[in-house]
Design a protein around this ligand. Structure first.
Ligand code: ADP
Ligand code: MG
Length: 681
């Protein structure tokens, strides 16, 4: 058997089982080995029956002391009963729908069991415990039992038995990625040992060692991938721009730039004067005016006869940028174009034709920008707005359209400095640490249901004063699972009850692009008082007249996300507010939400978020565009990350570029980074 074989090679796995495994993304023997338990149960200790605790699962050894009987209660329900005993006590066992137990459990014979007793003073019993013969090697009892994520039809036992076969037959084939020296220097166990331990740990300490090794490996691959990205960029050349005079741009501005905006623009222009492509991240809190910095860059690029592609994460945002930038560039030589997925095919074709002929200087759009069909006559600059929604890969794919264009990445997700240096190690960083003048912080309050009436009155007062209100819900439609507010039904409820005299609109991501656009621009034009929405409005939407942001089930969102949402208000001159509704009672959750009430500083919030709940909010999800780590955690394992990064850098610098070790490493990098990263060509 080989790691690349389909799992049907394993005993007991046929076509039907394979289909179930496929639902867990397990297709090959390797997939099974790389399928990690979500937790473990300690089944190592044996307990006397007399010492079993109610509802606490435990392992014990006992003799069957009655003949099992099965009764057919009704269709679909068979109950098998048997009594077992050890030296300390007797216990009644009941098996549901396992009639074969009547034959397999033999009177007078001994077995291992694992389960939890239930019952009260009338008598204890145990329902459907795990059973194992005493001569079995101990797959289900007497060990630290891995508990795997499951899907319909597959039990933990099925997975555990399949994994055992793989461990026994082809673990030795697992290739070692980490060079021997790196392992020795960092005290890391071998890959085979790590995988065996993950699936079959002998002690909890072993498990920790295995985890450390796998975390190191993931970071090593990640760091090596980043380094390749960086190396590739530094060898590129680009003709320095001769014309970097921005007076024509400055004249068009409706306001004076802040000092921080000017600094960022100067840094960008300095990059343009060099003969290598720029790779710059502009980090600035929501509302700090990043768009103008992007506009200045695009203007300069146009002055030098090249084109800019500005990529936004949502259609709403792309359209908004298009509207404001085409207005800004009226009567200048900069011609703007818009390209989004929901445009008509004929419109898209026309815009693309113009871009290809060089008749558009600044093309603004969504993912459609990076599709095959879009060609530029001379792409000089790629701007990715709100980049935490864009993958490294998507950026790279767009860059590949020009001959080494400049790259400007704009992010409103403040990242603690230590992490930023690692995550964006391939970029230079400009920070816009100043808000345009006259901005006041958004007053933020955490409330529960008892405040509902007063908040409703507050909403009404804002509207009466001529302002507008956002209400954000975590779900689109009613869900059965939890008491989550859904945008659809909440909008309906508000419109038909408390706010029947106000104009309530609904906006969510499942709507068609054109529909969303119509509602958003109507809201912007003041045709609605209240916009009930999902997080589609999270990024970049600009309605200065909106002064109140109400967030339902606020505990369902990450801090950074809440901070983004809050950034939708406080964009005009009027005092603005944010209300966080939550009925959560646990201390951690409340501490998180209160952190938001205390400060408007995105960097402080990011630090706090990282400290309180780890980086899941802006890292670790597919959405972040960063690799998804299986075992590693950027906030929990920063010291391992640092060491792995050093080791990877040294290894890449010293290793023979055509050695099998490098080849194997590249293979793994390819798996970790999204396919379109094209970091190898
Ligand atoms: P960001 O993208 O950084 O969140 P935006 O670029 O959308 O912020 O700018 C937020 C708002 O501030 C916009 O309405 C913009 O017109 C305005 N703005 C930007 N720069 C300035 C400035 N220097 N002075 C006054 N208003 C500004
Ligand atoms: Mg923005």
């Amino acid at each position: 058997m080989q790691l690349s074989d389909p799992i049907t090679k394993l005993a007991g796995i046929g076509a039907k089982r394979a289909e179930q495994f496929a639902k867990l993304s397990i297709h090959t023997v390797y997939d099974l080995l790389a399928f990690f338990p979500r937790t473990y149960e300690d089944r190592t200790k044996l307990t006397d029956i007399a010492h079993l605790q109610v509802d606490e699962p435990a392992c014990f050894r006992a003799i069957v002391c009655s003949s099992p009987t099965t009764s057919h209660i009704r269709k679909g329900l068979d109950i098998t009963k048997v009594t077992v005993a050890d030296h300390s006590a007797k216990l009644k066992l009941t098996f549901f729908n396992q009639p074969y137990r009547a034959d397999s459990l033999k009177y007078g014979e001994e077995y291992y069991f694992y389960g939890a007793v239930c019952g009260d003073f009338i008598g204890y019993q145990m329902n459907t415990p795990v059973v194992e013969r005493i001569d079995s090697p101990g797959v289900l009892t007497r060990r630290i039992m891995p508990i795997y994520p499951l899907t319909a039809g597959i039990t933990n036992t099925v997975i555990a038995k399949a994994v055992r076969q793989v461990l026994d037959n082809c673990l030795s084939e697992m290739p070692e990625i980490l060079p021997e020296q790196v392992r020795r220097e960092n005290g890391l166990i071998s890959v085979q040992e790590a995988y065996r331990t993950v699936h079959d740990p002998e002690t909890v300490e072993d498990l920790e060692r295995a985890r450390k090794r796998l975390v190191f490996e993931e970071f090593f691959i990640f760091a090596a991938g980043l380094r390749l990205l960086r190396e590739r960029r530094t060898v590129l050349e680009k003709t320095a721009y001769a014309n970097t005079d921005l007076h024509g741009f400055a004249e068009k501005l409706p306001f004076a730039l802040t000092g921080a905006q000017k600094r960022a623009i100067v840094e960008i222009i300095n990059d343009f004067r060099r003969d290598t492509p720029m790779n710059r991240l502009v980090q600035g809190d929501v509302g700090s005016g990043k768009t103008m910095v992007a506009a200045a860059a695009a203007y300069c690029v146009a002055q030098n006869g090249e084109q800019t592609a500005l990529m936004a994460p949502t259609e709403i945002l792309a359209e908004q940028h298009y509207a404001s930038l085409s207005k800004l560039f009226e009567n200048t030589p900069v011609r703007c174009g818009l390209l989004t997925g929901s445009m008509k095919a004929s419109e898209k074709k026309a815009v693309r034709a113009k871009a290809e002929r060089g008749e558009i200087n600044l093309l603004i759009g969504t993912h459609a920008l990076i599709s095959e069909a879009t060609q530029f006559s001379s792409l000089g600059l790629v701007i990715a707005d709100e980049q935490h929604r864009f993958g490294v890969g998507q950026r790279a794919a767009l860059s590949a359209k020009g001959t080494a264009p400049h790259l400007l990445v704009m992010s409103a997700t403040p990242i603690p400095r230590t992490l930023a240096l690692i995550m964006y190690g391939d970029l230079d960083i400009s920070v816009i640490d100043e808000l345009p003048p006259g901005r006041q912080g958004v007053d933020t309050y955490l409330v529960d249901e008892t405040m509902r009436k007063r908040i409703n009155a507050f909403i009404r007062r804002q509207v009466e004063e001529g302002h507008q209100v956002y209400i954000v819900c975590p779900a689109v439609e009613e869900s059965e699972i939890e008491s989550l507010k859904s945008a659809e039904s909440w909008a309906e409820t508000l419109q038909s009850t408390v706010f029947s005299d106000l104009r309530v609109a609904l906006l969510h991501g499942q709507m068609k692009g054109a529909e969303k656009d119509a509602i958003m621009s109507a809201f912007k034009d003041g045709e609605y008082d209240i916009l009930v929405a999902t997080t589609v409005i999270e990024v970049g939407v600009d309605v200065p007249n909106a002064t109140l942001m109400v967030i339902e089930n606020a505990d369902r969102f990450g801090l950074s996300q809440l901070h983004q949402l809050r950034g939708r208000v406080g964009r005009g001159g009027a005092k603005s507010y944010c209300i966080l509704f939550s009925s959560a009672s646990d201390g951690d959750t409340l501490a998180r939400l209160k952190a938001l009430c205390k400060t408007n500083d995105g960097f402080q919030i990011a630090e706090e978020d990282l400290r309180l709940r780890g980086p899941g909010d802006f890292f670790g999800t597919r959405q972040s565009g960063l690799p998804v780590f299986k075992v590693a955690n950027l906030s929990l394992d920063p010291s391992i990350l640092k060491r792995a990064q050093e080791a990877a850098n040294r290894f890449l610098a010293e290793a023979d570029p055509v050695s099998p070790a490098i080849k194997a490493l590249l293979g793994r990098i390819r798996l970790l980074f999204p396919p379109e990263s094209n970091i190898y060509n």
